[in-house]
Design a protein around this ligand. Sequence first.
Ligand SMILES: [Zn+2]
Ligand SMILES: [Zn+2]
Length: 345
Amino acid sequence: MLALQKIEPAFGLVLRDVPPPVPGPGEVVIEVGATGVCGTDLHIYEWTPGYEAMASRMPVTIGHELAGTVAAVGPGVTGLAEGISVTARPSVVCGRCPACVAGNSDACAARTGIGITRNGGFARYVAVPAENCVSVPSNLDPEVAALTEPMTVSAEAVDTGEVRAGDRVLVLGPGSIGQGIALFAREAGAAEVVVVGRDDQFRLDRLRAMGFPDVIDLGERTLPEALASYLARGRFDVVIEATGVPAVVQQGLDVLRKRGVLVVCGIHPRPASVDLTRLVREHQQIRGSYRAPLSTWLRVVDFLTRHTELARQMITHRVALGDALAGFELARQKAASKLIVFPQA
Ligand SMILES: [Zn+2]
Ligand SMILES: [Zn+2]
């Protein structure tokens, strides 16, 4: 079968022919219906710092935003059968380290990642631990079900910011994670959701299509200049950063109210510089947000089932696996928002 693989710690990805997987004990093989391309995949493609742990696992098939149906069940698997529609939580815990044995698998010291340090979804079939599967309704379109993983990152960021009814929320970064943050902030009852990007008209337009009127392209302006009409009514209650640009952290703090919360969920290639004296005097908090618990996955599947056509607005490009690299180039140039790859096409 064809698989999109990282074969060396350098720029690039290659499409290779590999044998299809056989499910090991506790595993299932998923026939992949759709797999999303995310910022992480682009970082792996470009080989930006932060993914060095992959080097010892190469060649490895990437792709962690996958959905499909169970095609084969390995020994010892209960509760899953062939034909069930699923998505998969990418983070695989070892079950053997002291933390796992103590029941605190969140602190697993030997975690692997589907599509990062073990084979992922840019292939016709992928073997994953059965316990990583999350069932989805059989009538949920796989391309929308493939949005589950990035949407859990967005939902976790909104939860971490403790967005409440009536809050004024600023989202920095209009990519798929930022789009999901806007959706969940609105779901949480935010009175105002403002989303900012820079030279990112294409992705900001997706937000307009999802019913967010307050989307702003900074262009050459600074954040306070571009947000002047909003700041005239006060600074924001919650600011959620999804850009991965270190300088944005201080800019976000500057427009956050006293005692407000700034959530950082971008992956930053370098440390950020923060004016801590100002932070102290403003009594502000910076909180990191990353992978979401299982309960959030169930909530997101429910959201996608109820709002399928709204969520589908996030998808702008669809390609067969054989054309995935051309799609990656579009995404790198921000000319695509969410790109979905179809391994069976
Ligand atoms: Zn992702
Ligand atoms: Zn462990």
